[in-house]
Design a protein. Structure first.
Length: 146
């Protein structure tokens, strides 16, 4: 089963349409709301983990876009500059989703971008500036993605 973390942006004219409910009902996708922010009559932003087969996730994303929901893949927004990472492990204890974790016995820090929810913690703690955009990209900042 695949999983993708997506940011959904609902403009005020579609904010109260039951599209997430239909994702589960019509596409048999499992979803997990990671975070949500609603600005009444203005905009709604939801960080969602979608789980299902790759093609069903793609169909679900197309369905959302057809219903005028802006969909952004978090994996497109954050990355690690591999040459800067010294695998010190400082980020791994703070990462809430275990997107950053220590691989044993190699003691290398791996980064699974699909698990990242762009919380920014690793960007704040990394002494070498290896984690990119995690501190700049605030999925809940208004106006960044429009
Ligand atoms: S804190 Fe920075 S240098 Fe250390 S493992 Fe994490 S990304 Fe790599
Ligand atoms: S931004 Fe960094 S700390 Fe937060 S989930 Fe992603 S990898 Fe983990």
């Amino acid at each position: 089963m695949a999983s993708k973390n997506v940011l959904l942006i609902f403009k005020s004219n579609i904010m109260y349409k039951p599209v997430i409910y239909r994702l589960a009902r019509d596409f048999d996708l499992v979803f997990n709301i990671l975070e949500a922010k609603i600005l009444p009559r203005r905009e709604g932003r939801i960080l969602l983990e979608l789980r299902g087969s790759e093609d069903v996730i793609e169909k679900g994303i197309r369905f959302l876009e057809d219903n005028r929901v802006l969909v952004e893949l978090l994996a497109d927004k954050v990355w690690r500059e591999e040459e800067k990472c010294v695998h010190c492990g400082a980020c791994t204890g703070l990462c809430p989703t275990r997107a950053l974790s220590i691989e044993r016995p190699e003691m290398k820090v791996s980064f699974d971008v699909e698990k990242c929810v762009a919380c920014g913690m690793c960007g704040l703690v990394c002494p070498f500036g290896a984690m990119k955009d995690v501190t700049l990209f605030d999925p809940f900042a208004e106006g960044r993605h429009t």
